[in-house]
Design a protein around this ligand. Sequence first.
Ligand code: NDP
Length: 399
Amino acid sequence: MGKALIIGAGGVASVVVHKCCQNPDVFEEICIASRTIEKCNALKAKLDGGRTKIQTAQVDADDTQQVINLIEQFKPDVVINVALPYQDLSIMDACLATRVHYLDTANYEPPEVPKFEYKWQWAYKERYEKAGITAVLGCGFDPGVTGVFSAYAQKHYFDEIHTIDILDANAGDHGYPFATNFNPEINIREVTAKGRYYENGKWVETEPLEIKRVYDFPEIGPKNIYLLYHEELESLAVNIKGVKKIRFWMTFSDNYLTHLRVLQNVGMTSIEPIEFEGKMIQPIQFLKAVLPDPATLGPRTKGKTNIGCIFQGVKDGKPRTYYVYNVCDHQECYREVGSQAISYTTGVPAMIGAMMIMKGIWKKPGVYNVEEFDPDPFMAELNRCGLPWKEDFSPTLLD
Ligand code: NDP
């Protein structure tokens, strides 16, 4: 069918590459391009020999011109951006200049100020419409599948959705005293930020990790969950018409939080550059350098993740509740693609989103979040591609 350019060669990119190679009828050719070409070559060496042809390239995706040159040379149908959120705009610019479809898994972040906002990317809407190309934003698990779940609930089960609770549980244990499951910088920025949720047209702010509950997750059991702000809240508040309340919850172990608190107290999580031996460094980037690389956690991580959404609302004049979730086993993921479940649950939806674009199913000129497309073909692919989902029509609700 076509060609995909995959930018990034980290934990998530590795899963995207494996999954593209499992679908060679759609992904006939891929190019893995990243800052460190050795990582791209290592992935190619693992997967070469199948029906999907693999090329590699070195690219600094902060430099739009380098991305343009690569696109002009490889001529992909879609660019799958699984580098870091800092590269979103330079890659979107390159796609615009070359009229190639675009997909990512995280919203653009200006390097100096953690914001978790879509405004910079939504500002490309008109230019993408005019260029006749599609950008799919936030197509990992959360954001990503959580938006697809919301569109699916809206389409099949509700006349009106009133509340959405997104629950993200990771009961995996990697055996290290402290490590983050994906890019430490992005992860720690997310957790140390103030909490926020949407209620009656307004955003309500909380202190970091101020709101805590216990939730008994299917197949995992009871876990402490904390209210966080997460980027899909912004787009769901706009796209799920009539929604009154949206909250995002994530599990953290006491051990993880104790380590984080200490690191924060000594200033190691700061993004404020400091001078060290004549060089300016961001403490959090130094921290990233000393923590285990998330890509190496795969073989050590045991246990399961459970990510899903609980919806409350009305159908045919009657109240209704609906819980849809996926349970993913770290070790099964590792056996299949050599990565743990956090990378797996992000990489599989990114591949499916790119497949939706290449098949012409999710193709409309402009810039869209996943919940703005037909969820049904995506939901079917989740079941086929390793992220089967389950439903419960009388789940325990959160107060
Ligand atoms: P990693 O840190 O493992 O990988 C990032 C990759 O991007 C590395 O290969 C890195 O290269 C490359 N990169 C960084 N800067 C550049 C640049 N300027 N030019 C080219 N390549 C660059 O991160 P993950 O794989 O864990 O995460 C990838 C993305 O997925 C992130 O945006 C993250 O926020 C998102 N994510 C989304 C989730 C979701 O559910 N929606 C969940 C988890 C992650 P190098 O090797 O040289 O450092």
